[in-house]
Ligand binder design. Structure first.
Ligand SMILES: Cc1cc2nc3c(=O)[nH]c(=O)nc-3n(C[C@H](O)[C@H](O)[C@H](O)COP(=O)(O)O)c2cc1C
Length: 218
C-alpha cells in the first residue's frame, strides 16, 4: 500500500514562531505510517504557486508542466492519502487546498484519506478538520472516521517530529494508530475492490465541464 502525506504549509514567517510546524507533524505521521505503508511526503514548497491558477487537467498532455505531471502520477498511483493541515482562520490551509485543486477528482477517487490537523493553539485545528471532510469527499478520497488533531504542536513535537520528552508517547502513538489503522483497512479494501470492478465504469470521471455534475433540472 502506498500513502502520500501532504504537508499543508509553505509558511516562512516570523511571527508566528517557530516556522512550519507542519514539518514536525508530517515527520511524526510518516513514522507512524511506516509499518503499514510505503510513504511519500508531498511538500508544497516543491510545487510553488504560479501567478495564475491553471489546473493540471487544463493543459494538453504535451504542455503540462513536468512537476504537475509527476505529482499527478504519484496521486494516481497512491492507495491512500494523509492530509496534514494547520488551521488558518478556522479553515484548512490555502497551501493545501491550492495544491489539491490542481488535480482532477478522478486521480484521488475510490481511495481513503486521513485528516490530520494541528495548531499552535489549544484546538488542534478541529474547525479546519470539519470543513476538510466536505472538501475531501468531493475529491472522492473519502475521509475515514478517525481524525487526528495536534494542539500546541510546537510543544508536542521536537523539530525532527519526535515527541517532546514531556509527552506521553504511548498515548500519542495509540491515538494516531486509530487513524492510520482505519486508513490501512480502507486502503486495502479499496485496492482489492478496484481489481474486481473498475469504479469508473459505473461512475465515469468528469472530463469536460463542471456542469457534468448538474442535476437534470439544470
Ligand atoms: C494566517 C494565519 C491564521 C491562523 N489561524 C489560526 C486559527 O484559526 N486557529 C488556530 O488555532 N491557529 C491559527 N493560526 C496559528 C497556526 O496554528 C500556527 O501559526 C501554526 O504554526 C501554523 O502551521 P505552520 O507553522 O505549519 O504553517 C494561524 C496562523 C496564521 C499564519
Amino acid at each position: 500500500m502506498k500513502a502520500l502525506v501532504f504537508l499543508g504549509s509553505r509558511r516562512k514567517s516570523s511571527p508566528p514562531l517557530p516556522a512550519r510546524l507542519g514539518a514536525r507533524v508530517s515527520a511524526f505521521l510518516l513514522a507512524q505510517l511506516g509499518n503499514r505503508f510505503e510513504t511519500t511526503l508531498v511538500d508544497p514548497l516543491d510545487y510553488p504557486p504560479t501567478d495564475i491558477f491553471k489546473p493540471a487537467f487544463a493543459y494538453s498532455e504535451q504542455a503540462k508542466p513536468s512537476h504537475l505531471s509527476s505529482l499527478e502520477s504519484l496521486v494516481r498511483q497512491a492507495d491512500a492519502y494523509v492530509m496534514v493541515s494547520p488551521e488558518y482562520n478556522h479553515s484548512m490551509s490555502p497551501a493545501l487546498s491550492d495544491l489539491l485543486n490542481h488535480f482532477p477528482s478522478s486521480a484521488f477517487a475510490f481511495k481513503p484519506s486521513l485528516i490530520a490537523t494541528y495548531s499552535s493553539g489549544q484546538w488542534g485545528g478541529t474547525r479546519a478538520a470539519v470543513s476538510m471532510r466536505t472538501f475531501l469527499a468531493e475529491l472522492g478520497c473519502i475521509p475515514v472516521s478517525a481524525m487526528l488533531h495536534f494542539p500546541h504542536a510546537d510543544q508536542v513535537f521536537e523539530q525532527d517530529g519526535k515527541l517532546a520528552l514531556s509527552q506521553d508517547e504511548t498515548r500519542w502513538v495509540s491515538y494516531s494508530k486509530r487513524g492510520t489503522e482505519q486508513l490501512y483497512w480502507w486502503a486495502a479494501a479499496a485496492s482489492h475492490q478496484r481489481t474486481v470492478a473498475d469504479p469508473f465504469a459505473a461512475s465515469p470521471a468528469f472530463t469536460r465541464t463542471p456542469s457534468e455534475r448538474n442535476s437534470p433540472e439544470w
